[in-house]
Design a protein around this ligand. Structure first.
Ligand SMILES: *Cc1c(COP(=O)(O)O)cnc(C)c1O
Length: 378
């Protein structure tokens, strides 16, 4: 195994390029327009078409997408935002960026998502918004909590960073009528290098986000060229998606069908091979409807030993995620979350990316079998 470091099983995740990305970046470079420009507009339109929605708003990252969506919903100091503790820390940091406080919620033990019962448990009079996280790519349906959330004027902002391409029922995530945030970071289902996107509920919302992402400036860059001034209408951030990143995304989107097929096939191969292995449970992602971002398992006993043993064997396992409510940065908002804490001790993600072959999956499974057997016997 001389080339083990480059083997598919050695990496927990890796970006995948289809080929035309380099030429697309060169073209964008030569255009001379590097900030938000025509290429970004084109990417917005193409993603809207792909999702089956009217419009999308591109931003610099998934974190910026959450930040902009929450800010425009009026979330700020004195408010609480319900977020799962079991997520990437970006979800929580986006809440803090608005000046609001995170209200950590527990998760369903099967989906590892914060669902209606956990949302309802976490509600307080200060709750202003809910950020469900579509863990692993599976859709979250908050229908049961919806009437109460609407009655109290709360906004739902989906963190669908894992879920680009997944379905919720018969429509794509993003086309359900919720405010939905995607990430196009390096290892997501589709990458722009860095990037994010928000799906608006109406034209007014989209216009607000477009101002917020570009320093509050009203006239689009093209129109500004013929004006002697420009309008600054409101507070704003600089979180546009540069055309260089949009070019990568546009090139990737044309091949998304391959991502869909490959990711589902890898996940199914893992699930079939691991079924019935004692001491281990595969986290279900509703694979028929989901374009999976992760293959997560729960190691029921001795996760740390299993993790270490696999790393020693060159297997790129990961932990997505260490619970946020136990992180020093968020200690102020800590409260007991029994399911999250148990899952946090058991969770392990297997190497999962589009460079992997069936043989890579089989290798991971074989090593996992050996290690779990040894650790269980101990
Ligand atoms: C990646 C990710 C984000 C943040 O997206 P960036 O594009 O990296 O800013 C937010 N939430 C979750 C669950 C993520 O995995």
């Amino acid at each position: 195994m001389t080339n083990a470091i480059n083997a598919g099983f050695a990496h927990n995740a890796r970006p995948f390029l289809y080929g035309p990305e380099e030429a697309a970046i060169c073209e964008a470079l030569q255009s001379g327009y590097y900030n938000h420009s025509a290429g970004t507009d084109r990417f917005e339109a193409e993603v809207a078409r792909f999702l089956g929605v009217e419009d999308t708003v591109a931003v610099a990252s998934g974190t910026a997408a959450l930040h902009v969506a929450l800010l425009s919903a009026g979330v700020g100091p004195g408010h609480e935002v319900i977020v799962p503790s079991f997520t990437f820390c970006a979800t929580v940091q986006a809440v803090l960026a608005t000046g609001a406080s995170p209200r950590f919620a527990d998760i369903d033990p099967c989906t590892l998502c914060t669902e209606s019962p956990q949302v309802l448990e976490a509600l307080t009079p200060s709750t202003r918004a809910v950020v469900p996280v579509l863990y692993g790519g599976r859709a979250v349906d908050l229908a049961e909590a919806r009437p109460l959330l609407s009655e109290r004027g709360m906004v739902v902002v989906e963190d669908a960073a894992h879920a680009f391409g997944s379905y919720s029922g018969t429509v794509r995530v993003g086309a359900t009528g919720e405010v939905t945030c995607f990430s196009f970071g390096p290892i997501k289902n589709l990458t722009c290098g860095q990037g994010g996107m928000i799906v608006p509920r109406n034209g007014a919302e989209a216009a607000t986000w477009r101002r917020l992402r570009s320093l509050g400036i009203t006239a689009p860059a093209a129109a500004r060229a013929s004006l002697t001034t420009y309008g600054v209408a409101s507070f704003g951030l600089r979180v546009q998606m540069p055309s260089l990143n949009a070019a990568i995304g546009l090139a990737q989107l044309a091949y998304f069908g391959r991502a869909e097929t490959k990711r589902k096939a890898l996940w199914r191969r893992y699930a079939a091979a691991l079924r019935g292995l004692a001491g281990l449970a595969v986290v279900d992602v509703d694979i028929d409807r989901t374009v999976p971002h992760l293959c997560a398992v729960r190691v029921l006993d001795g996760r740390d030993q299993v993790f270490r043993a696999l790393r020693e064997r060159g297997i790129g396992v990961g932990t997505h995620y260490p619970p946020n409510h136990l992180q020093p940065a968020f200690a102020h908002w800590r409260r007991p979350l029994p399911v999250t804490e148990q899952v946090g001790r058991q969770i392990m993600t297997l190497p999962f990316h589009q460079h992997m072959t069936d043989a890579d999956v089989d290798h991971v499974v074989n090593e996992l079998r050996k290690v779990v057997r040894t650790e269980v016997r101990r």
